[in-house]
Design a protein around this ligand. Structure first.
Ligand code: FES
Ligand code: ZN
Length: 308
C-alpha cells in the first residue's frame, strides 16, 4: 500500500484524546488530534511563541502583511482573536502585478471585512512603476520578495505601525535558515528568528507562526473557515528556495521532526553567530530606506531599467 494512503487511513481510524475522530497526526509526538483539539494546539503554540519572545504588547500598532494565502490569513485571524483592546491591528496587501493575483486580494479583502479590520492595498505598478509579469528574468521571485519587503516596511511605517507581523511558518523558517547557510550569507543568517532586527526606520518584524508546521496551518485555516487561497507563486518553480522546500518536505516525511530540529538548532546557535542584539543596516542614499548605501530594492530597480 502506498505510504500516503497508509497514513491517511491511519488518521481516519485513529481517535483524538478527546474521543472524537482524528484528522491529523502530529508525528513528532505520536499524537492524533480532531479538528477542535488541533485548532487549540495551534493557538497554544502561537501564544507560546508570542509570550516567550515578547512579540506583542498592549499599545502596539501591528501591520499584518496579508497576501490572501493560508499563513498570513491565519495569522491575522489569530492575532485579532487574541488581541488586547489597547492593541491596534490593520492589514497591508501588495498587488505585485502577477496574473491571477486578483483572487488572492479578494480573499484578503473578504477576511478583513469579516473581522472589521482596516485594509490597505498598494501596487508595484503605482509605487515602483513595474509589474512582476513584465520582468523577463529568472530571478523574478527575488525581485518580488525584495520590493515587497521594502514597500510593506515603508507603508507600515507611514501608517503608524510599530510592528509588522508576517506569516512565516516553521517550514518557511527552516527553509530560510538553510538558504542563508547554503549561500554563505552570514548577515541575513544572523537576522532570522521570531524577532529579528531593531532599527528606527525598519519596522520591527515579528513572526508569531514560526513554530507552527505548515500542515497544521493548512488545517487550521480550513477548520476555522478562514477565507484564503492556497496557491504557490507561478514564478517560484525555478529557484533555490523551492528546491530547499522540496528537500525539506521529503526529509520531514522520512524523518519526522527534522524541520523543527533545524529551527531549534538555529535558536541555540543564534546567540553565538549574532554580533550584537542590534544589527546595523544603514540607509540607502537614493530612497532613504534601510538597507545600506544603495538598498537592494534600488539596486534591483536599476538592474531592471538596464534590462528593459
Ligand atoms: Fe512574488 Fe514569486 S514573484 S513571490
Ligand atoms: Zn533605496
Amino acid at each position: 500500500m502506498p505510504f500516503g494512503i497508509h497514513q491517511a487511513l491511519k488518521v481516519i481510524v485513529m481517535k483524538c484524546r478527546c474521543g472524537s475522530k482524528a484528522v491529523y497526526e502530529r508525528k513528532t509526538e505520536g499524537s492524533f488530534y480532531c479538528d477542535d483539539c488541533l485548532a487549540r494546539q495551534v493557538e497554544k503554540r502561537f501564544q507560546k511563541t508570542i509570550s516567550e519572545n515578547k512579540l506583542v504588547k498592549a499599545g502596539d500598532t501591528i501591520a499584518v502583511a496579508l497576501s490572501g494565502g493560508k499563513d498570513s490569513s491565519a495569522l491575522l485571524y489569530m492575532l485579532n482573536n487574541s488581541k488586547n483592546p489597547k492593541t491596534e491591528i490593520f492589514a497591508i496587501s501588495i498587488d505585485e502585478g502577477i496574473r491571477g493575483r486578483g483572487i488572492c486580494l479578494e480573499k484578503a479583502s473578504c477576511l478583513t471585512k469579516k473581522l472589521g479590520i482596516r485594509h490597505f492595498i498598494f501596487s508595484f505598478e503605482e509605487e515602483l512603476g513595474i509589474t512582476i509579469d513584465s520582468i523577463k528574468d529568472r530571478k523574478t521571485c527575488t525581485y518580488c520578495g525584495v520590493f515587497k519587503r521594502n514597500l510593506i516596511n515603508k507603508k507600515a511605517r507611514e501608517l503608524g505601525a510599530n510592528k509588522i507581523a508576517v506569516g512565516h511558518n516553521l517550514n518557511d523558517e527552516a527553509q530560510s535558515i538553510l538558504l542563508n547557510f547554503l549561500r554563505g550569507d552570514c548577515n541575513h543568517f544572523q537576522r532570522l528568528g521570531a524577532d529579528p532586527v531593531k532599527d528606527k526606520k525598519f519596522v520591527h518584524r515579528i513572526k508569531p507562526l514560526r513554530d507552527i508546521p505548515e500542515a497544521e496551518i493548512v488545517l487550521y485555516a480550513r477548520i476555522k473557515k478562514i477565507p484564503h487561497i492556497n496557491r504557490r507563486c507561478i514564478y517560484s518553480y525555478d529557484n533555490q528556495r523551492r528546491d530547499i522546500l522540496n528537500m525539506l518536505d521529503s526529509l520531514e516525511k522520512k524523518y519526522p521532526g527534522t524541520i523543527f530540529q533545524i529551527v531549534k538548532f538555529y535558536d541555540r546557535i543564534k546567540p553565538l553567530v549574532s554580533k550584537s542584539d542590534k544589527v546595523s543596516i544603514g540607509y540607502c542614499d537614493r530612497c532613504g530606506e534601510p538597507g545600506g548605501k544603495l538598498c537592494k530594492s534600488c539596486q534591483l530597480l536599476t538592474e531592471l531599467k538596464k534590462l528593459s
